[in-house]
Design a protein around this ligand. Structure first.
Ligand SMILES: [Zn+2]
Length: 87
């Protein structure tokens, strides 16, 4: 059993394409829970391919939509690895 509380470190995760496994973002995710959108100011490294508001992987898979302050993530199009567990 693991209890987590009071950790002050940022958790930088890697957001990967669910189709090809390629990197899309390195993202500073504060807190737990599912990733529904990525704040642009917290994107540490951006590997995505942009076409207007569309955010895609190199393989062409649509990952999300750029809505200005954040990228609204498309469910099931990506996976997160790194500091948080899968799911
Ligand atoms: Zn891909």
């Amino acid at each position: 059993m693991r209890v987590q509380h009071g950790h002050g470190l940022a958790d930088v995760i890697t957001v990967r394409c669910a189709r090809c496994g390629g990197k899309v973002f390195r993202y500073d995710k504060a807190g737990k829970g599912r990733l529904l959108h990525c704040w642009r100011s917290r994107i540490v490294k951006d590997y995505s391919v942009r076409a207007a508001a569309e955010v895609r992987c190199e393989c062409g898979n649509l990952i999300g939509t750029d809505e200005g302050k954040w990228v609204k993530m498309k469910p099931h199009s990506f996976v997160c690895t790194g500091a948080i567990s899968r799911g």
